[in-house]
Design a protein around this ligand. Structure first.
Ligand code: FES
Ligand code: FES
Length: 245
């Protein structure tokens, strides 16, 4: 290795590197040919092929472990004041139970992932996404859906306010919006703060439009009927004891 890196030295180095590369390529080619020949010889001699790598996907013929098999369970649900006893697959959501087993299709399925609020119902008076609740976990609770809010022909004040203020267009999100707003007013009346509540020490919540929007942010409306939804909720909030607007 020269002390100084002169153009001559560079040429010498390049020559050496070139030779080394050629040698390396030759050696690699020879080694590959030797391995291939050995493998062919092994196969010709009748040696068993190496076992294939195990598949990473589930084998359909693989027996299902007993604790993974579908389980059914008896459950007693109280829905809109009526008792329902049934036996359900333990994986059934409340949303599917309402819609598929009981024909209560007022509760809508939007995303089925807890992101749109279309399936909002009241469980023991608290709003909840029915698509995220397993029915068998609700044994003994009182569930209210949009069908249970009115008293016969008499609409719930929130239902009436949505009609009065034209708080919907296609109406798909509306049952969830109405159930959610009923539950939201109960939370506000109980003094529960929201993300935009500025003074957490106050016992009584002042339900500004910002508060309404924030508290209803889990209920999406693809028709963007939001201004009229806020108007409807504001009207009912004025008549709700414990809520200041
Ligand atoms: S369907 Fe339940 S949150 Fe969208
Ligand atoms: S009224 Fe159509 S999605 Fe809300």
């Amino acid at each position: 290795m020269p002390d100084e890196f002169t153009p001559d030295a560079e040429d010498g180095l390049r020559d050496r590197v070139t030779v080394t590369r050629r040698e390396a390529i030759k050696l690699t080619a020879l080694a590959g040919a030797a391995i291939a020949t050995a493998h062919l010889g092994t196969l010709a001699a009748g040696s068993p092929r190496p076992a294939p790598a195990p598949s990473r996907t589930a084998n359909a013929s693989m027996p299902v472990a007993a604790d993974m098999a579908p389980q059914r369970m008896a459950v007693a649900l109280q829905i809109n004041g009526k008792a329902h006893s049934m036996t359900l697959d333990t994986r059934t959501t409340l949303l599917d139970t309402l819609r598929e087993s009981l024909g209560l299709t007022g509760t809508k399925k939007g995303c089925d992932h807890g992101q749109c609020g279309a399936c909002t119902v009241l469980i023991d008076g608290r709003r909840a996404n029915a698509c995220l609740a397993l029915a068998v976990m609700l044994d003994g609770t009182e569930i209210t859906t949009i069908e249970g809010l009115s008293k016969g022909d008499q609409l719930h004040p929130m239902q009436q306010a949505f009609l009065t203020h034209d708080g919907f267009q296609c109406g798909y999100c509306t049952p969830g919006q109405i159930c959610s707003s009923v539950g939201m007013l109960s939370e506000a009346a109980a003094g529960m703060p929201s993300h935009v509540t500025s003074d957490l020490s106050l016992k009584q919540v002042t339900l500004s439009d910002d508060e309404i929007r924030e508290r209803m942010s889990g209920n999406l409306c693809r028709c963007s009927a939001y201004p009229n939804i806020v108007n409807a909720i504001r009207e009912v909030s004025k008549a709700t004891p414990g809520v200041q607007s």
